[in-house]
Design a binder for this molecule. Sequence first.
Ligand SMILES: Cc1ncc(C[n+]2csc(CCOP(=O)(O)OP(=O)(O)O)c2C)c(N)n1
Ligand SMILES: CC(=O)[C@@H](O)[C@H](O)COP(=O)(O)O
Ligand SMILES: [Mg+2]
Length: 604
Amino acid sequence: MSLLDDVNEPADLDRLTRDQLGLLASEIREFLVEAVCRRGGHLGPNLGVVELTLALHRVFRSPHDRIIFDTGHQAYVHKLLTGRRERFGGLRGRGGLSGYPRRAESPHDLVENSHASTALSYAEGLARAYALDGVGRTVVAVIGDGALTGGLAWEALNNLATSPGRVVVVLNDNGRSYAPTVGGLAAHLGRRQGDDDGPGLFEALGLDYLGPVDGHDVAQVEAALHAARTADRSVVVHCVTRKGYGHPPSEADEADRLHAVGVVDPRTGQPTSAPGRTWTDALSDELVAIGADHPDLVAVSAAMLGPTGLAAFGARYPDRTVDVGIAEQHAVTSAAGLALGGKHPVVAVYATFLNRAVDQVLLDVALHRLPVTLVLDRAGITGPDGPSHHGMWDLALLGAVPGLRVAAPRDEATLREELREAVADQDGPTVLRFPKARVGDEIPALYRTGGIDVLRTAAAAPVLLVAVGAMAAPALHAADLLAEAGVECTVVDPRWVRPVNPALTAFAADHALVVTVEDGIRDGGVGSAVALALADAAVGAPVRALGLPTAFIPHGERAGLLAEHGLDPPGICAAVLHEVSTLPADLDLRMRARTQTPLSPLPG
Ligand SMILES: Cc1ncc(C[n+]2csc(CCOP(=O)(O)OP(=O)(O)O)c2C)c(N)n1
Ligand SMILES: CC(=O)[C@@H](O)[C@H](O)COP(=O)(O)O
Ligand SMILES: [Mg+2]
């Protein structure tokens, strides 16, 4: 029987001796390596917080005291100590344990959002509420050095000193986001680990500071947390840890200490199966190629040079590559500054993280019609990272930005082509968006007209299928299924999907029904915009927009979640058949009586 088997709630830790705590930490590490390598997930971050989390749950009484994890990717140990050991077999799978805190799983979990730099703001508000009610509960916020580079965290730090509430800020400083943390803060934290007795950043803001503390020494962390618990104002406990601690392949991983892994060999940290060529790989290669022809191009990342495919460009053009830390708002507005200076910045972020910088896109970039290109990786359903990671809002949010153009490539060739078109556009902001997936086979166009690629035609086709980006492949497959069911479709890829290409109305005028397919929310997405454009052009064909609901979609596998929402070939086919069955008979027949020749290319 292992010690871990006997830990079902934090109070079970109280009876353990120092030696037993050491043994338990080893058992937890072994458990994490096995479970995460088998399922995929965040390995390095969780190996780095084993002792820190043990100390947290020995000093504070969760859930009476509240422990908030920033980003939440480092909460696996917290989950092990709060009775969820048995659920790790389904980690990040549909219906299984979330890879982040999840309120439905446990009263010990409070914040589910996986976007970084929010914990201190949640904590300040919660502590203020407790202070207003005279409630004696301690609020603890665990934040990484990377998350602390986010602007929202500094808005909270600015308020903490004057807040009626008190917060214990546990700074988990492992010196890295994925790569080493950038900027003056990282330098300051490094100096504080030395003998630098210069003015402290946190003290200057009116907070107490305790540390640096060895974050892998349970007793040391406990002592600091006990002192913090009884302090009379908010305090930062600076814990120094190592990402991937105790697992040699993680500690040796130069790229990111095995920050987030797929299914890997626990002995080496290497994937057990070839990952296949991804959209990110294609972006990476084309950006390097473009970099040679465009000396004005500057690549900008928010602490994710590797994951967003900018690392190769950075290796080739280090002077034209910027990592701003986890600071998407600064990334976008500093890109606006680069554009004002005559550069053409390419800002690469995951689609979901752009949500944080919409105001910057709208009023710092688009208002000035600045040539900034945004590359949105992980657009659409991402899968295992759950609701706050699905990149499902960009097509709707960005549709509201005047002068901004959005491209959604359907394959590697159109990604390369549309990226070049974007970088060549000096008249305003441009966006490319593509999913977390293998890039798939090329999908050649039969012909292009008015900027629209026609992928499939059929005589007297009553249905026009408008496929957005990576939905082209399932849409074409659905068209095959529909043809077998006696319904012919024209399938087109608009390439540049926002604003709607006016040439689309000519296609629509020639069909009885228009069905749009997008990997994003329906409400306000491309389909909505197409319906509005057709109505404005007095084109009568009804529009059915297929896409995602305005809802928070749980974690699972990308393919399974797309199928659940009818965005796989059978789902698209079923939706079209349903719509065709509702068409007025005469309208349907009239279409069938239409000329028997396929669409002729439009002029231009
Ligand atoms: C707004 C936002 N941008 C980017 C990310 C992607 N991301 C997840 S974890 C991480 C690094 C976090 O570093 P740190 O806070 O130091 O935690 P550590 O992994 O080192 O424990 C990043 C960039 C995110 N979750 N949220
Ligand atoms: C927590 C976080 O935001 C990232 O670590 C993310 O989980 C990585 O996602 P990918 O695995 O898609 O790169
Ligand atoms: Mg870190």
